[in-house]
Design a protein around this ligand. Structure first.
Ligand code: BTN
Length: 260
């Protein structure tokens, strides 16, 4: 019996209702997008798809997300906020803080810009936020979360073996995928509601406190400008990372950073 076969009732009002668990799909983000094509769009906020295996997991920056074993939590959630468009990039940072908070009592998590979740400098989880279309004021965001729960029996694939880690390698009491999912869905509802009601500022401050590279030297790779080195000074309200460089303050709006 797989841990994902038992789904205790969720302590949430919207997020995770319904929570559909599939044996396998190509990508939970793609699966959710397909299902939305055949549904009335205005009643679906919170719908969640979890897959025990993904054959074509998608990562940020067009990368592959390895997730074809049963060791990972692969989950996508639909969010339909009625907010100004310029707030939408904040949502993946809100999700990162929600994940960080969901597991803070059991593991020493940190965040790396923009929304990687780390343990001891290695990547535990990633977030892929994909925007569908907008319906009037309502936006449709598919928030995909991939987290390594157990170490794969054969170890991680070679290309990520030095940089990836799994939750159960760092905690005393093993935790199941569904327990992790429930914690994240519950925390996401709390943070999402806070963001809708009060905006980003308090969450932005929590993000910065959890950021592994705050006030540290980093090398950022931003698709258009190449590599930029500097000290990570702050997170801007639009999600940009502010770097103090030799040529002054630079805003990193896309790409990724390496902590030096
Ligand atoms: C990253 O590159 O850091 C983001 C990885 C996001 C992976 C998750 S797994 C569930 C969802 N479905 C996908 O195809 N990708 C996301």
């Amino acid at each position: 019996m797989n841990s994902l076969d038992h789904t205790p009732s969720l302590p949430t009002q919207v997020i995770g209702h319904p929570c559909i668990i599939l044996e396998e799909t190509d990508s939970t983000n793609a699966e959710l997008a397909r299902r939305l094509q055949h549904q009335a769009h205005n009643t679906l906020e919170g719908i969640t798809i979890i897959a025990k295996r993904q054959q074509q997991g998608r990562g940020r920056l067009g990368r592959v997300w390895h997730s074809d074993s049963q060791h990972q939590l692969c989950m996508s959630i639909l969010l339909t906020p009625s907010v100004e468009e310029n707030r939408l990039p904040q949502l993946s940072l809100v999700t990162a803080v929600a994940i960080w908070q969901a597991l803070a009592d059991i593991a020493p998590l940190s965040i790396k810009w923009p929304n990687d979740i780390l343990i001891q400098g290695k990547k535990l989880a990633g977030i892929l936020s994909e925007r569908r279309s907008s319906y009037g004021a309502q936006q449709q965001i598919i928030m995909g979360i991939g987290m390594n729960i157990h170490m794969p029996d054969q170890g991680f694939p070679e290309d990520i073996s030095d940089i990836a880690t799994a939750l159960n390698a760092h905690i005393q009491q093993p935790i199941s995928r569904i327990q992790v999912a429930m914690r994240i869905l519950s925390s996401l509802e709390t943070y999402y509601n806070e963001w809708l009601a009060y905006g980003f500022e308090s969450i932005r401050q929590q993000w910065w406190a959890a950021h592994a590279a705050s006030q540290q030297p980093v090398r950022a790779h931003d698709g258009n400008r190449g590599y930029i080195e500097g000290i990570a000074m702050d997170l801007d309200s639009d999600g940009a990372l502010l770097l103090h460089t030799n040529t002054g303050m630079q805003r990193i709006i896309a790409g990724e950073v390496h902590i030096l």
